[in-house]
Write a protein that binds this ligand. Structure first.
Ligand code: DAH
Length: 340
């Protein structure tokens, strides 16, 4: 009896010391395994006098059950400790700042271009995109700018050979449209243009949008109404327009269009150099010679044209003073236009 009690205490003490599931099986083998100390007692049954054998067997089995219960208890404790440990290690720190996704946005030039296109397509204009590399004929001659005309100086550009060049304006879009389409015509021709120019307000590559209307009886008055509507959409509904006489070989009469300054509303400030007005585009009634050269009967039809620089409108609208900031791709600058 004493030996049973001793063995039970010994097993209990060793089981209590077990620190991990890895070692529990070793200790189990030592006591209740095939060659374990308690199992050995059962094997020794044959040496016990027959009349005591049953009682002895019951004692051994009881002991085995008790020790097994110690193991089971220990196992439960160890498993609980191990999963607590695992949960702790795998825990996610929800107080850490989240990694934010960088979402792209439209470039300010595209934002403004889309607004301009929306404004005019809302008035029935269609889009026509011409080639960026074009011939002398489309860039100049068909627009009533013959060779050696002084108006070419203003637009001297990048020649590929004597006859082929990077277009200096989107006006060739007018000619290509008139050659291919019968009036009524109402088109907008956006795209890149190139000039040998480079300073705070000029870039060797920039963007223009050309507009052309050809129909019976259209006049300067329609041009005024059209552009008036356009500036109200692009700037704000109180913006006013003013036509100043100007000169372009492809329009007659020609005008330069000013709008009331979007910063001071016309009172005079640094943006409008104190005048209250800002020039935004060139326009006019299409020169009859230009219509005729492209096969349109100028006795039946008249035309209106305008050409604007997207950079210029963008700079005025957002108060940008250096055109180069539009091409440097500084993310901090660009993000200002895409605040969510
Ligand atoms: N093509 C001119 C330029 O690049 C802009 C322009 C002015 C276009 C008057 C027009 C117009 O259609 O009528 O400076």
């Amino acid at each position: 009896m004493e030996k049973f009690e001793e063995l039970k205490l010994k097993a209990k003490a060793e089981i209590e010391k077990i620190a991990s599931m890895k070692t529990i099986n070793d200790v189990k083998a030592k006591f209740i395994g095939k060659n374990g100390e308690i199992t050995a007692l059962l094997r020794g049954m044959k040496d016990i006098p027959a009349e005591m054998r049953a009682a002895f067997g019951k004692r051994v089995n009881d002991l085995k059950e008790e020790v097994s219960a110690f193991f089971a208890k220990k196992e439960t404790e160890l498993k609980a400790a191990e999963s607590a440990d695992k949960f702790k290690k795998e825990a996610v720190d929800i107080t850490l700042p989240a990694k934010t996704l960088q979402v792209g946005g439209l470039h300010p030039l595209n934002i403004v271009k889309n607004k301009i296109i929306d404004a005019f397509t809302g008035m029935g204009f269609e889009i026509f995109e011409g080639p960026e590399i074009d011939t002398d004929y489309y860039c100049f001659q068909a627009l009533n700018i013959p060779k050696d005309h002084p108006a070419r100086d203003m637009q001297d550009t990048f020649y590929i050979n004597d006859n082929v060049l990077l277009r200096p304006h989107t006006s060739p879009g007018q000619v290509r449209t008139m050659e291919n389409k019968k009036p009524p015509i109402k088109i907008l021709s956006p795209g890149r243009v190139y000039r040998a120019d480079d300073d705070a307000s000029h870039s060797p590559m920039f963007h223009q949008i050309e507009g052309l209307v050809v129909d019976k009886g259209v006049s300067l008055c329609d041009l005024k109404g059209l552009l008036d509507e356009f500036v109200k959409i692009i700037f704000d509904k109180d913006t006013k327009t003013r036509f100043r006489p100007s000169y372009f070989p492809f329009t007659e009469p020609s005008v330069e269009v000013d709008v009331t300054c979007c910063k001071c509303g016309g009172k005079g400030c640094n943006l409008c150099k104190g005048t209250g007005w800002i020039e935004i585009l060139g326009a006019g009634v299409v020169n009859k010679k230009v219509l005729e050269m492209s096969g349109i009967d100028s006795n039946v039809y008249s035309g209106l044209a305008f050409g604007l620089g997207i950079e210029r409108i963008t700079m005025i609208k957002y108060g940008i003073s250096d055109i180069r900031t539009l091409f440097e791709n500084n993310v901090a600058f660009l993000q200002q236009f895409n605040r969510r």
